[in-house]
Design a protein around this ligand. Sequence first.
Ligand code: ISL
Ligand code: CA
Length: 559
Amino acid sequence: MEKRPLPNPAWWKDAVVYQIYPRSFMDSNGDGIGDLNGISAKLDYLQELGVDVVWLSPHFDSPNADNGYDIRDYRKVMAEFGSMADFDHLLAGMKARGIQLIIDLVVNHSSDEHDWFQQSRQSRDNPYRDFYIWRDAVDGGPPNNYPSFFGGSAWQWEAHTGQYYLHYFATKQPDLNWENPDVRHEVYEVMRFWLDKGVAGFRMDVIPFISKQDGLPNLPPEHLAHPEAVYASGPRVHQYLQDMHREVLAPYGAVAVGEAFGVDFDAAPLFTDARRGELSMVFHFDIVRLDRDNWRKIPWTLPQLKAVYTRIDQTGGSHGWNAAFLGNHDNPRAVSHFGDDRPAWRALSAKALATLTLTQRATPFLYQGDELGMANFPFERIEQYDDVEVKGNWRMLVETGQVPAAEYLAHLRETSRDHARTPMQWSADAHAGFTTGTPWLAVNPDYVDWNAAAQTADPQSIYHHHRRLLALRRSTPALVHGAYHDIDPAHPQVFAYTRTLGDHAYLVLLNFSTEALPYALPGGLRVAEAVLDNGAGDTASAGATQVQLAPWQATVYRL
Ligand code: ISL
Ligand code: CA
């Protein structure tokens, strides 16, 4: 076991993370699928951008029922992505550039093709039977009314042994039984395997789900549409995480970011309060799902968004910590979701959203392509989608006649996970320079104008604005650790908050509208100087108490 001297036990609070979805980042061998050597070829790009850590979405052997979130062998690299030697080469390349690697720990479930499940399904007395959650039928049907997130029941009948098994996600993703100490110990061994190779820690997939409710009673009707709150509040989740921390995370000094899907604001501090010895930080879903009722897109207002930022900041308290993000592989593209991707406003609003994410009291997580303002894909037909969640819900909703196809497609065009999974746009060359083959998922046709080559060459680009924001954050502790205070929560178009650390105070002013607005600083605040602006309009001069905000203007002022 490698014990690591830590420069600073919470180094990850000062870091900025860049999420890579390997399937769509860069293809090095022309098979149309991104791979590890493709990432290695782009490490200079990441170093130039100025990120400190990469979170790599699952790179493990998988049949790709859910694009790698269904793991068949936790110690093997997915064949499409390369070999273990390619992984070692990638990690070495990152470390040579001072970039740490966090990998994706998907242990609420495995693939049904994992050897554990292949054994478990053999017979009721197989030694691996209790690695998964098997139950008898009740009244000739599933053991309870749990729904899967990917359509239908969360229970799958297996005639061979005459029982159902539990799967919160696809039928090819059976849930592991964390009540079984052998499961926990196998997971700890997997974690040590990768930590010994030198990874810095883990992003933990739906980790609050690992403790199941005792007796698995039916969901009350009000939870049927949103089961995640029940799935995330099992009786032993904190016991399991404290055990994992004691056994693995603490001895290695490993960082752990939990995907807190279904965890409410009151429960979040239980996961991240450092005195409890569980996780380093969590992703909340309340921002990226503010405008969602499951697959349905619903309207949102800026005051609603601002209220969520304040609530999330409060859950960090003085002993916890959060991840700040607006995009990932499960959500539509940030500029289309929260910005305005029409030509006039796309670059300005993308820079404004980056300013929001990179000035939070949390570890910012950037998603591949958002530094270029990549936008949603113009999907029209269901056949264009890849996502298992889309197809499962299409079967459940549209093929049963519950929801008209046109209605479901209209919502998908705003909410689908596939918007974030189209290939990274490197250049105006064929397939955006992502592959010399046929991309596994179509490249957004706007790549000709929206790509890394164009933006690295343009000092006023979204890419270079990210570089300036990263440099500002790195040189300004108040923007990392300072108290967060929304100074105008009710304003319908302006997002205005201060970050204060000792006698260093900054004001972030974001105009979330296409209107030019005069803005009087509340509370008699007066600016000292503009330290960064997105170029939308003039900035106020020293001593000003009133600012003229251009449409989508984003400015950081020193107070
Ligand atoms: O919100 C969701 C459920 O409808 C999905 O976006 C997603 O399943 C959920 O956010 C959990 O995400 C994680 O676990 C899934 C995997 O499909 C996602 O890609 C992963 O991020 C199952 O492993
Ligand atoms: Ca490839």
